[in-house]
Design a protein around this ligand. Structure first.
Ligand SMILES: *[C@@H]1O[C@H](CO)[C@@H](O)[C@H](O)[C@H]1NC(C)=O
Length: 443
């Protein structure tokens, strides 16, 4: 290649909208994951009984907790999409030979399929600021073959310091639908500086098209329905790195804002359906008030908002920074990490592409903003090439799963998502389009 063409490439590169390329650093990668069995013979027994089928474990979500030592304890979830998943919630550990293995959390005894006092099938998790791990157990196995709910869905909360179970809340049938799959959880801690008692969880029912609010302290839950939890028919077709499929999945990505200035407890929950290109939001004050949904779960449509503008394609998970200036999400067709500052209208002008990698950033299925002990925030992502799983075309000879990380400040530097100097958090409802299920009128 000539010097000139190299210069041309550099020049073209600089006009690329990806402004902060290569900030995402790969921490771990796997072609297939392997587990920490107590011995080779224990592994052989599980293979013989088909409790373990190598190659059938597809990681989906990640979170991390910094221990007192400053070392990250990294959690990885593996839903039971197919038979032969030996553990559905794990941590990454290093073997003596230097391999990165997955170790069941809290231990093997929790992962016997069919034991409803254990953990059955986890899509997503969240570590909260009180040193606790929130585990959303869907209770559903064989999602890709003969999908079956074998245990009641539940929320489990563990104390990360000693692995002790703090709460097991089984989600009652009254707030479920027959075909519910509970896929995403965000924890909302109302008294984080106090006792960490007032805690809620918002749970996305991706196939039941609803949200479940769990009041963890009072051990109660209720169901919330909004039109915006449904898939959007025109966005049900996916074309990702040459894998094409149709999937009418509803609400999936949840991102929680920091407390708003006026009322310390109230936050904004941003959400979107997988089959959609719009962003929606609702105040947690609306969600937490059970009486809003008692008589008619669809009683307060005017409290739910949807963007008029759209993103370039569908997006899976999302997460917000601690300032409320950057909602992070992926754009699936572009293999990109993006952000949006909710002070601005949601549209292509204000959706910033932060990084893109056609190899390493294929289908982020887990996304978190994690604050380390020094107070620095990081975006963490787990990319799973989920599109290949959807078309039954996983190539076990290439790297399929990666855990990546990038510092928030460097990612958003110089973009509209870096509004850290801005005086106050502006409630998103102030510049939102007209609320309620009103049709969008085109001029
Ligand atoms: C909760 O919702 C009900 C009915 O929608 C309303 O009357 C009441 O004022 C709300 N409570 C609070 C504390 O906002």
């Amino acid at each position: 290649m000539s010097v000139l063409s190299v210069l041309m490439l550099l020049f073209l590169g600089s006009t690329n909208p990806t402004r902060a390329a290569r900030l995402l650093e790969v921490l771990y990668e796997w072609k297939d994951v392997e587990f920490t069995f107590s011995s080779q013979s224990a592994r052989d027994v599980l293979i013989k009984t088909r409790a373990y089928i190598p190659g059938n474990s597809y990681p989906l979500d990640v979170d991390s907790w910094q221990q007192g030592t400053g070392e990250d304890q990294v959690f990885v979830t593996i839903p039971r999409f197919s038979p032969g998943v030996p553990a559905t919630l794990t941590t990454v550990v290093r073997s003596e030979e230097g391999r990165q293995l997955l170790s069941p959390y809290p231990d093997w005894s929790w992962h016997r399929e069919g034991s409803c006092d254990g953990i059955t099938s986890v899509f997503r998790i969240q570590v909260d600021q009180c040193g606790r791990l929130w585990v959303l157990d869907s209770g559903v196995v064989n999602i890709f073959s003969q999908r079956k709910r074998i245990c009641q869905p539940q929320v489990l909360v563990f104390n990360l310091k000693n692995k002790k179970l703090l709460l097991r809340y089984r989600i009652p049938d009254s707030v479920l639908r027959d075909h519910s799959i509970l896929a995403t959880i965000v924890a909302d801690i109302l008294d984080a500086n106090g006792k960490c008692r007032e805690s809620f969880a918002y749970i996305a029912d991706v196939t039941g098209f609803g949200l479940i609010v769990v009041d963890a302290h009072r051990e109660k839950s209720w169901r919330v329905v909004s039109n915006y939890f449904f898939p959007y028919p025109l966005n049900g077709h996916f074309d990702i790195n040459n894998a094409q499929f149709d999937l009418m999945d509803g609400v999936l990505g949840l991102g929680l804002s920091p407390p708003q200035n006026d009322k310390k407890k109230d936050k904004t929950l941003y959400f979107h359906s997988l089959a959609s290109v719009r962003e929606s939001w609702v105040s947690t004050a609306v969600l937490r008030n059970e009486s809003n949904f008692q008589d008619n779960v669809n009683a307060v449509p005017q409290e739910f908002y949807v963007s008029q503008g759209t993103r370039p394609s569908q997006s899976a998970p999302s997460a917000m920074d601690g300032e409320g200036a950057a909602l992070f999400f992926n754009v699936l067709s572009k293999n990109s990490l993006n952000c949006w500052n909710p002070r601005l209208p949601y549209n292509e002008n204000n959706i910033v592409e932060l990084d893109r990698d056609d190899v390493k950033f294929q289908f982020a299925s887990g996304l978190k903003v994690i604050r380390d002990r020094s107070g620095k925030e990081w975006v963490w992502a787990l990319t799973s090439r989920f599109q290949n799983l959807m078309v039954n075309n996983v190539n076990h000879d290439e790297v399929n799963y990666r855990i990546l990380r990038a510092p928030v400040a460097e990612l958003v530097k110089g973009t509209s998502c870096a509004a850290r100097t801005s005086a106050s958090y502006v409630s998103v409802t102030q510049n939102a389009p007209k609320p309620g299920y009103t049709p969008i009128v085109f001029a």
